[in-house]
Design a protein around this ligand. Structure first.
Ligand code: HEM
Length: 399
């Protein structure tokens, strides 16, 4: 059991493996639930969508009132290497930096990776066939996206064993309720990433290749397009976002299908369902549960006043289960019509890697269930105690 803790207040106890009843209660009883610090938690689809699309809401903590000041030594201060990550920037900096990386992640660029993604998945499933089983989270969910993002960025694949712990520890820093040990592990992870990439940048500066890191280094050397701090920040964000979330799409998605065999069989028997199937898995048990915005002025939306400087948290996962937007939202239905889930957010920060995540989810889960028709859970699934990035610790299956 954990606690839904946002800011300093709590909205009841809730179970990591089943947060949905708490979200339903919030949506039904307190759709604008506010903690004593003035943070408002939004759980209705219409409210989340409106806030995310509204330019009067900022992604930067600079607009918080009172200002958000991290205590000296708080590891979250180490995370951005001196420049706020893209995800916490507003225009015009946001527009400038997103443009530099956008081309590598358009649906067209990503589609070219399909044969390589399939090849990696096939290799993993060959090993699973030999061994009679796999851990869907570690062996497929982690391994596939980390290989793909390493290759895109130009990070040597041989270095990847060391990244797994760092990513998990660093992404836990997105949460509020951290123990001292978790904070310290976060510092170590953040410093390790910064050092690792500083060394890689030196190698690529001396010997540029046809990869994204070399391309971004060239932009940084031109001077006015990207500062060295921004370079660090965007590469670390792409690296962590590029696998930590997709790992959980593959884990949570497979787990959902194993819990609803009729849907698994439906997709297995009709491969053309691949697109809608992954959309429904993203809606049903998405890997990112929330994001936040700060109004830069007083804003009224759907009759509710959002005061300037007070954070609004959009609980994307709760919005995705809003009965006012989705019929029978707790039902996994791969044929669901009009399935515009909010898992990748909305507006100008809409996930840059959405096309890549979709491709990896489609190939990984689709191949897994077709190759192994008798796939079954070998142990009950256990969720990590991460709140913002939701996923399983492991998902052992027999094939
Ligand atoms: C299923 C997997 C994924 C999910 C659920 C997800 C979710 C999200 C969400 C919710 C946001 C926006 C947050 C906000 O509005 O404040 C976001 C932004 C972002 N995502 Fe993803 N993501 C996934 C995979 C990826 C991948 C594979 C990459 C690739 C490199 C990536 C890179 C990014 C980046 C760079 C941003 C910042 C975009 C911006 O601020 O303009 N994500 N993602």
């Amino acid at each position: 059991m954990g606690e839904l803790l946002i800011g300093t207040d709590r909205f009841g106890r809730f179970d990591w493996s089943d947060p949905w009843p708490t979200y339903d209660r919030l949506r039904a009883e307190a759709p604008y639930w506010q903690n004593p610090e003035g943070v408002t938690i939004l759980t209705r689809y219409a409210d989340c969508e409106a806030v995310l699309r509204d330019a009067r809401f900022s992604s930067s903590n600079d607009h918080a009132d009172p200002p958000m000041i991290l205590a000296e030594g708080d590891p979250r201060g180490f995370m951005d290497g001196g420049a706020a990550p893209l995800i916490f920037l507003d225009p015009p900096d946001h527009t400038r930096i997103r443009k530099l990386v956008n081309k590598a992640f358009t649906p067209r660029s990503v589609e070219r990776l399909r044969p390589r993604v399939q090849q990696v998945v096939d290799g993993i499933l060959d090993r699973a066939a030999d061994e009679g089983g796999l851990d869907v989270v570690a062996d497929l969910g982690y391994e596939l996206p980390v290989i793909v993002i390493c290759e895109l960025l130009g990070v040597p694949l041989s270095d990847r064993p060391q990244f797994s712990g760092w990513s998990s520890d660093a992404s836990r820093l997105l949460d509020d309720d951290l123990s001292e040990a978790e904070l310290n592990a976060g510092v170590v992870a953040a410093i390790s990433f910064a050092q690792y990439f500083a060394e890689l940048f030196e190698v690529r500066r001396a010997d540029p290749r046809d990869d994204l890191v070399s391309g971004l280094l060239a932009a940084e050397e031109e001077g006015d397009r990207l500062s060295v701090e921004e370079l660090h920040s965007i590469v670390i964000l792409l690296f962590i976002a590029g696998h930590e979330t997709t790992m959980n799409l593959i884990g949570n998605g497979t787990n959902a299908l194993l819990g609803q065999r009729d849907q698994l069989v439906r997709w297995r028997d009709d491969p053309s369902l691949v697109g809608p199937a992954v959309e429904e898995l993203l809606r049903f048990d998405g890997p990112v549960h929330l994001t936040g915005r700060i109004p830069v002025e007083d804003v009224e939306i759907n009759g509710h006043l959002f005061p300037r400087g007070k954070q609004a948290v959009t609980l994307l996962a709760a919005a995705n289960r809003d009965p006012a937007r989705f019929d029978h939202p707790d039902r996994l239905d791969l044929l669901r019509p009009d399935n515009h889930q909010l898992t990748f957010s909305q507006g100008i920060h809409y996930c840059l890697g959405a096309a890549l995540a979709r491709l990896e989810g489609q190939v990984a889960i689709g191949s897994l269930i077709r190759r192994f028709p008798d796939i079954e859970r070998a142990a009950p699934p256990v969720y990590r105690n991460h709140f913002v990035l939701r996923g399983l610790t492991e998902l052992r299956v027999s094939v």
